[in-house]
Design a binder for this molecule. Structure first.
Ligand code: SAM
Length: 248
């Protein structure tokens, strides 16, 4: 999980850019609707990042906690949400003081679960930390649509403006001969100054995209039953969102 995008000053740049890419009000409505449908009150968000969803949960006085692997992301989330709890932890192995009604993994953070053990460990931890009637909601990038997309598009540009600053992200995705259809993602983040691109960071990560069928099997192996599969377009990726419950 070596990834400098979520560390140091990059956490702040991530925060600025993603607020343009992602409509967090809509994102909150989407997850909250699913959570409410199942009458869940206590919520854990995994991959809580810089706390943009946390802010909406907190504003609505909901029983929310965040969990993230990056201290820099948590520092920004905590500054934004003084009264929320953010746990520094790894989704592959965590233990809450008390189980919760809903666990959500947001913003395609599942892409960082690159081998099967990572996924099985995560699903097992989620299972243990959910109440009996709890629901597990998460998204992932659909391999069947994303792989053809990157084969056709060598370079993918995203522009964003936040607090008067213009940013550009130039992504290059490559399929690899590695197992699990792992992809190499290199991204250059720029700030536009006087019409010139000023490089902020050259980021490289290896990420995983999944087929729906793989996810169904991983859930089955961890005693989850799928209640809903939602096909959801997000700013850059074709994504599925799964809502699952524990098979007792
Ligand atoms: C693409 S960001 C999404 C952040 C946020 N959900 C959003 O949409 O703005 C992915 C987040 O997952 C976190 N992450 C990656 N691997 C993790 C792990 N094993 N356990 C917990 N968090 C992890 C990263 O630190 C980062 O904050």
């Amino acid at each position: 999980m070596a990834n400098n995008l979520y560390t140091g000053k990059m956490a702040a740049i991530f925060d600025a850019m993603y607020q343009t890419f992602i409509n967090y009000d809509e994102e909150y409505e989407f997850y909250n609707e699913l959570i409410k449908e199942k009458n869940c009150t206590s919520i854990l968000e995994i991959g809580s990042g810089t706390g943009n969803l946390a802010k909406r949960f907190q504003e609505n006085n909901q029983d929310y906690k965040g969990l993230d692997y990056s201290q820099s992301m948590i520092a920004i989330a905590q500054e934004r949400n003084k009264n929320s709890l953010f746990i520094h932890g790894d989704m592959r192995n965590f233990e809450l003081e008390n189980p919760v009604d809903a666990i959500i993994i947001t913003g395609r953070s599942t892409s960082y679960l690159i081998n099967n053990e990572d996924i099985l460990d995560t699903f097992e931890s989620v299972y243990k930390n959910l109440n009996q009637n709890g629901v597990f909601i998460f998204d992932f990038i659909d391999a069947n649509r994303f792989i053809p997309f990157i084969k056709e598009n060598q370079s993918i540009l995203h522009e964003a403006t936040y607090e008067g600053i213009n940013y550009i992200r130039e992504s290059h995705w490559k399929t690899t001969p590695l197992e699990n259809f792992l992809l190499n993602w290199s991204a250059q983040y720029y700030k536009i100054v006087d019409n010139d691109k000023e490089i902020l960071l050259d980021d490289f990560s290896t990420v995983r995209v999944f087929t729906l069928n793989e996810i169904e099997l991983f859930l089955y192996l961890n005693n989850f039953e799928i209640i809903k599969t939602i096909d959801r377009k997000t700013y850059a990726y074709d994504t599925y969102v799964i809502v699952a419950k524990k098979n007792l």
